[in-house]
Ligand binder design. Structure first.
Ligand code: GLY
Ligand code: MN
Ligand code: MN
Length: 494
């Protein structure tokens, strides 16, 4: 961090001090994280070790960083929300200097000066007291750690991303921690073509500098083990995830009431996000998508800058993030409050396809089963409407899958297994007909996606986002209701 604008600090510091009083407390408990580490340990083979690194700090521009977001695996296992940290989980008890332990957490040091700029740090004591780690240490101690990685049958970690950087200010930043770890285990890059764990290639940077010894590195298994854990939500997680989903549904409801033809995509996004904040959601779980007309055909459209939505359908795919857990909810509504015949034909078809997909969100099925069910409905409907002439064209108007897990990630980690109770998945069919498509031009520019968040249970699927209307008639009825935003009039700027 370079020298900062002092005005910024003067304005922000008192606010930060006030904000320290009365903060939310309904986060995951330290017991949750501890149990998750125990659950991981149960899945690990004997004499193995798992190593996790905190996410990098990401630069937005010059001396401004993006708001920090912890790596979801790291957060799941520790509750630690700061950067520059390492977690080591051992399958078995280790003995050293009369101490026994099976996990080590290395955290960033407390530093009064740095904390004055970027906020409070937990430090070692905080990690012990607040996160319940018996063995919390300063990051610096990892640099020359006495962990004998060579002695384990497997050293498991996720392969490194390349977007972290070295800073002179912090001698134990993520760059130093990873660099030291690479030396400690004799890491070099895996040949992705050979795709085996034994067939290793020298990292180009280390050419001619082959370490004499190399630990038994495994960069594949850990994400499977973590996926197996994270795909099944505990009751504590369900509270947060359900809240995120309900907040997102509330955003959709308020926008349905507030929508006007002269609104901009940006403004509509703002209403959703205002509702999120009002309910205490800290962030959006992914960049909000608000696309009117043909903009909805861009699957991950994020410009959201059309100045008037007019009479088009507006596709709104947004998710509130509540204490780390993110929803993923899409509604598509007519900006003028009434579907025209073409819009309604496509909308109702997607609705029927979604119903078919949701009905298949049952124990033992997979995302593929839900896709097949939805696709069958869409194919029949598109044929009937004359939009496709044969099944050869079937993927033209629905080019994506319709189901993924949600949780700490919007596309949440999983191990690919069939549906089990307490998994939460999306069901999100769509039809997108860009301008110039080989069908009657009356269909051009229509894009519809409907996306709900579904809990898998013994008794069948439960739609967690059902509060936001989905049926075309229900949407039209809600759009006729008055809105708290009807009175909102801001002074015009020159
Ligand atoms: N919002 C991203 C997705 O629906 O998968
Ligand atoms: Mn989704
Ligand atoms: Mn989505």
């Amino acid at each position: 961090m370079k020298v900062r604008n002092i005005c910024f600090s003067i304005l922000v510091m008192p606010f930060l001090m006030i904000a320290q009083k009365g903060v939310p407390e309904d986060f995951l408990s330290d017991t949750f994280h501890k149990e998750r580490r125990a659950a991981l340990r149960d899945k690990m083979q004997k004499n193995t070790v798992s190593v996790f690194f905190a996410n990098p700090v990401r630069n937005r521009a010059n001396d401004v960083e993006y708001v920090y977001h912890q790596d979801p695996n790291f957060y799941y296992l520790t509750g630690y929300k700061e950067p520059h940290a390492v977690l080591v989980v051992f399958s078995d008890m280790q003995e050293k200097d009369g101490k026994s332990y099976n996990e080590l957490l290395y955290v960033q040091e407390r530093n009064a000066r740095a904390e004055m700029w970027t906020g409070y740090r937990l430090g070692v004591k905080g990690a012990q007291d607040k996160l319940g780690f018996d063995m919390a240490l300063n990051g610096k101690e990892f640099l020359n750690s006495e962990i004998d990685f060579m002695s384990f049958d497997k050293v498991m970690f996720d392969d490194f991303k390349d977007d972290y950087r070295d800073s002179d200010r912090n001698p134990a930043d993520l760059h130093d921690l990873i660099s030291s770890f690479k030396t400690q285990v004799g890491y070099y890059v895996i040949d992705s073509e050979a795709n085996t764990e034994v067939d290793l290639q020298l990292d180009k940077n280390r050419e001619g500098n082959l370490p004499n010894q190399r630990a038994k590195i495994d960069v594949k298994t850990l994400s499977k083990l973590m996926g197996g854990l994270r795909q099944i939500k505990t009751p504590e997680e369900m509270k947060l995830l359900t809240k995120a989903v309900r907040i997102s549904a509330m955003g959709q409801i308020e926008v349905m009431k507030a929508m006007k033809t002269d609104m901009s995509e940006t403004e509509i996004q703002g209403i959703h996000e205002y509702v999120y904040k009002k309910y205490g959601s800290e962030y959006e779980g992914y960049p909000s998508i608000v696309g009117a007309g043909a903009n909805g055909c861009v699957l991950h459209y994020v410009e959201n800058n059309k100045m008037e939505v007019g009479k088009d359908l507006v596709l709104m795919d947004l998710g509130a993030e509540y204490h780390g857990y993110t929803a993923d909810v899409t509604r598509t509504i007519p900006a003028n409050g009434k579907f025209n015949p073409e819009q309604k034909a496509i909308y109702d078809l997607v609705y029927d396809a979604q119903e078919a997909g949701i009905a298949e969100a049952v124990i033992g099925n997979t995302g593929r089963t839900t896709f097949n069910a939805a696709m069958k409905v869409i194919n029949a409907g598109l044929l009937e409407l004359g939009i496709i002439k044969s099944l050869d064209e079937q993927h033209m108007y629905l080019p994506h899958g319709i189901c993924h897990h949600i949780g700490l990630d919007v596309h949440d980690l999983n191990d690919g297994s069939a549906f089990e109770p307490n998994m939460v998945v999306t069901i999100e069919p769509g039809i997108y007909i860009p301008e110039g498509s080989p069908c009657d031009e009356k269909w051009w520019g229509i894009a519809v996606r409907i996306e709900d968040d579904i809990l898998i249970t013994e008794k069948g699927p439960i739609n967690l986002s059902e509060e936001a209307p989905r049926k075309s008639e229900e949407i039209e009825a809600l759009m006729r209701q008055p809105s708290i935003f009807d009175q909102l009039e801001l002074k015009k700027l020159d």
